[in-house]
Ligand binder design. Structure first.
Ligand code: HEM
Length: 524
C-alpha cells in the first residue's frame, strides 16, 4: 500500500511535471513560432524597396505621365529593382541589364505571362491574339503559325512586291508635295500602314475605288486604337471598378473595334468567295490572308478560326505600323540634327544603289552605315521603352528580392539604353558605336545581349522583327535616297519625347523634301 501510495505520489508528480512541461512547450511554441515564421518570411520574402504611397491609391497620385523618365529617377533612388503600388496592382521595375537578363532569359518561363489591360482584351476579340495571351498552348500554337508560316523567309520573300508597292506609292506622294513641309511621322504612318495592309490582303485600302474614304478612316481608327491601348485606365488598376468603365476606355475601344472588324470581315468574306484559280497568288506572290486561309484549310485538326485570323491582323496593324513609323520619324529627326551623318548615309546609298536607280530590298543588307544609324536611334528612342509588362506565374527571386506572383514586371529599356555603365557618352548620337572595324554592324535585335533590347528578349520577344526591320530600313533608305531633307527655318528642332505604349516625339517632325535623283521617272 505504502509503496503504492508512494508510487502514486511519484506518478502524480511526474504527470503534473509532464503537464507543466507540455504547458511550457505550448507557451514557448505559441510565442516563438510566429516570431520564427515572421523572421523566416522576412528572410525569404523580401520585397524590393520603393516609395510609400497613400492608402488605396498607392503611389498613383505622385506619378507624372512620362513613366519612363519617372521610373528612371525612381531607379536612381531605390536601385536597379524597385516596387510601386498603384491602386490594387503591384508593379516591379527593373532597370539594369543583369537583372533584365534574369527576368527575360534566366527565368523567362516564370515571367512569360501577361496582365492584359481591358482595352487590350476587348480589341483582340477577348485576348485571342499573341500579344495579350498567357504563355499556354493556345499562345504557343498561334505564335508558331505566325513565325513559321506568316513570317517565314519564304513568305516574306513572296510578299516583297506588296512592300515595294507601298513604298513606291509614298515616294510618288512625297515627290508631288516637294518643297512643302511634310509631317514625317504622319507620312511614315500612312506608308507603314499601306505596306502592312498591302502585305495582309494584297491591296492597300485606299486603292479600292469603292473604299477610297475607307483608307483614311482606317488610319484614324488604328491611331485611336493605339492611343487607347496606351491610356492609363482606372479599370486596370482597380479591377473591381472595371464594370463601371469610369473613363469610357472600354466603350471607346469597342466602337473602334466594330469599325475595324467590319473591314476585316468584308475582306475575308471577299477572299473566301474567290475561286482558288482566281486567287491573289500570282507569280509566287502571296499575301498574309492567303497564307492564313491556306493554313486553316491544310490543318484539318487545327481549331484555327476566322476570329484568330482577325486577332492576328489586329496584332499586325497595331504592333507593326505605329512602331515602324515612330522609328522612321525618330531616325529622320536625329539625322536632321546631325546633317553630317545624313550625308554619310546618302553617300553610302549613292555607292550601293546609284543615283540612276531606286532602292530595292536586295540593296538593304549592304547598307551598313544606315543600319548602324537606325540601331543608334533604337538605343536612344526605344519605341517600347518599358517593353510589354510580364506577369510572373509564381513568387520568385530577382536580385535578392521577392517578386510576387501576379505582379506587373517592366524592364526599363530606356534607362538601360542610356546607362553609362553599358554605353560610353550615352546621350550622344553616334552610329559608329554599332560598327565593327570591318564595316559590319555590332548588336542585333535578338535580345541575347540585354544591354540592347529594342525588340525585347526571350520567348516573348517581338516575332515581327524580320518584317519590322525590313520595312523600316527599306522606307528610310528610299526616303533618304530619293530626297534631300531640310528643316523649316523658323521652327526649333528639339527631340523631346512623350510616353505612350509607343514612345513618340512630343512635337511632330516637320521637314522639307527636295529632289535628289536626276530623273523624274525614278519617282513614278
Ligand atoms: C520597329 C518595329 C517594331 C518594334 C520596335 C517592335 C517591338 C516590340 C516589343 C518591344 C515587343 C515586346 C517584347 C517583350 O515583351 O519582350 C513586341 C511584341 C510583339 N510584336 Fe513587335 N515590334 C515591331 C514590329 C512588329 C511587327 C511588324 C509585328 C507584326 C508583323 C509585330 C508584332 C508583335 C507581336 C505579335 C508581339 C507580341 C509577342 C508576344 O507577346 O509573344 N511587331 N514588339
Amino acid at each position: 500500500m505504502i509503496s503504492d501510495s508512494r508510487w502514486s505520489w511519484w506518478s502524480e508528480l511526474i504527470t503534473s511535471k509532464k503537464d507543466d512541461l507540455t504547458f511550457q512547450l505550448l507557451i514557448f511554441s505559441v510565442i516563438s513560432l510566429p516570431i520564427l515564421w515572421y523572421s523566416f518570411r522576412k528572410a525569404t520574402f523580401r520585397l524590393p524597396p520603393g516609395p510609400r504611397g497613400l492608402p488605396v491609391l498607392g503611389y498613383l497620385p505622385f506619378l507624372s505621365p512620362d513613366l519612363h523618365h519617372e521610373f528612371t529617377k525612381l531607379g536612381q533612388r531605390y536601385g536597379r529593382i524597385f516596387k510601386l503600388q498603384l491602386g490594387r496592382k503591384t508593379y516591379v521595375i527593373v532597370s539594369s541589364s543583369d537583372l533584365a537578363k534574369e527576368v527575360v532569359r534566366v527565368q523567362d518561363d516564370v515571367f512569360s505571362n501577361r496582365d492584359p489591360p481591358v482595352a487590350g482584351i476587348v480589341v483582340t476579340y477577348g485576348g485571342k491574339d499573341i500579344v495579350w495571351s498567357d504563355n499556354n498552348s493556345y499562345w504557343r500554337n498561334l505564335r508558331k503559325v505566325f513565325v513559321s508560316e506568316v513570317l517565314s523567309n519564304k513568305n516574306l520573300e513572296a510578299s516583297r512586291s506588296f512592300r515595294r508597292a507601298g513604298v513606291r506609292k509614298i515616294i510618288k506622294h512625297v515627290y508631288e508635295t516637294m518643297g512643302n513641309e511634310v509631317d514625317v511621322g504622319g507620312m511614315a504612318f500612312t506608308s507603314s500602314l499601306s505596306v502592312v495592309t498591302n502585305m495582309m490582303w494584297g491591296k492597300s485600302l485606299d486603292e479600292k475605288k469603292e473604299n477610297s474614304n475607307l483608307g483614311v478612316g482606317f488610319r484614324e481608327v488604328i491611331s485611336k486604337i493605339v492611343e487607347l491601348l496606351g491610356a492609363a485606365n482606372v479599370s486596370d488598376l482597380f479591377p473591381v471598378l472595371s464594370r463601371f468603365d469610369l473613363q469610357g476606355v472600354e466603350r471607346k475601344i469597342k466602337q473602334q473595334l466594330q469599325k475595324v472588324d467590319e473591314i476585316f470581315q468584308r475582306i475575308i468574306d471577299d477572299r473566301m468567295s474567290v475561286k482558288p484559280e482566281e486567287s491573289v497568288e500570282q507569280e509566287g506572290r502571296k499575301d498574309l490572308l492567303q497564307i492564313l486561309l491556306e493554313h486553316k484549310q491544310k490543318d484539318n485538326t487545327s481549331t484555327f478560326s476566322i476570329t484568330q485570323i482577325k486577332a492576328l491582323f489586329m496584332d499586325i496593324v497595331t504592333g507593326g505600323t505605329d512602331t515602324t513609323s515612330t522609328m522612321a520619324e525618330w531616325t529622320m529627326a536625329e539625322l536632321l540634327k546631325h546633317p553630317e551623318i545624313m550625308k554619310k548615309i546618302q553617300d553610302e546609298l549613292e555607292e550601293v544603289v546609284g543615283l540612276n536607280n531606286i532602292v530595292e530590298e536586295s540593296h538593304l543588307s549592304k547598307l551598313h552605315y544606315l543600319d548602324a544609324a537606325i540601331k543608334e536611334t533604337f538605343r536612344l528612342h526605344p519605341p517600347l521603352p518599358l517593353l510589354i509588362g510580364r506577369c510572373p506565374n509564381m513568387c520568385c527571386n530577382v536580385g535578392g528580392y521577392t517578386v510576387p506572383k501576379g505582379s506587373n514586371v517592366f524592364i526599363n529599356v530606356w534607362a538601360i539604353h542610356r546607362d553609362p555603365k553599358y554605353w560610353e557618352n550615352p546621350t550622344e548620337f553616334d552610329p559608329n558605336r554599332f560598327l565593327n572595324p570591318d564595316g559590319t554592324t555590332k548588336y542585333d535585335y535578338s535580345g541575347n545581349n540585354t544591354n540592347f533590347l529594342a525588340f525585347g528578349s526571350g520567348r516573348r520577344r517581338c516575332p515581327g522583327v524580320p518584317l519590322g526591320e525590313k520595312m523600316l530600313v527599306y522606307l528610310l533608305a528610299s526616303l533618304l535616297h530619293s530626297f534631300d531633307w531640310t528643316l523649316p527655318k523658323d521652327k526649333e528642332h528639339e527631340l523631346s519625347d512623350k510616353f505612350g505604349i509607343v514612345l513618340k516625339k512630343r512635337n511632330p517632325l516637320m521637314a522639307i523634301p527636295s529632289q535628289r535623283l536626276p530623273d523624274k521617272i525614278l519617282y513614278m
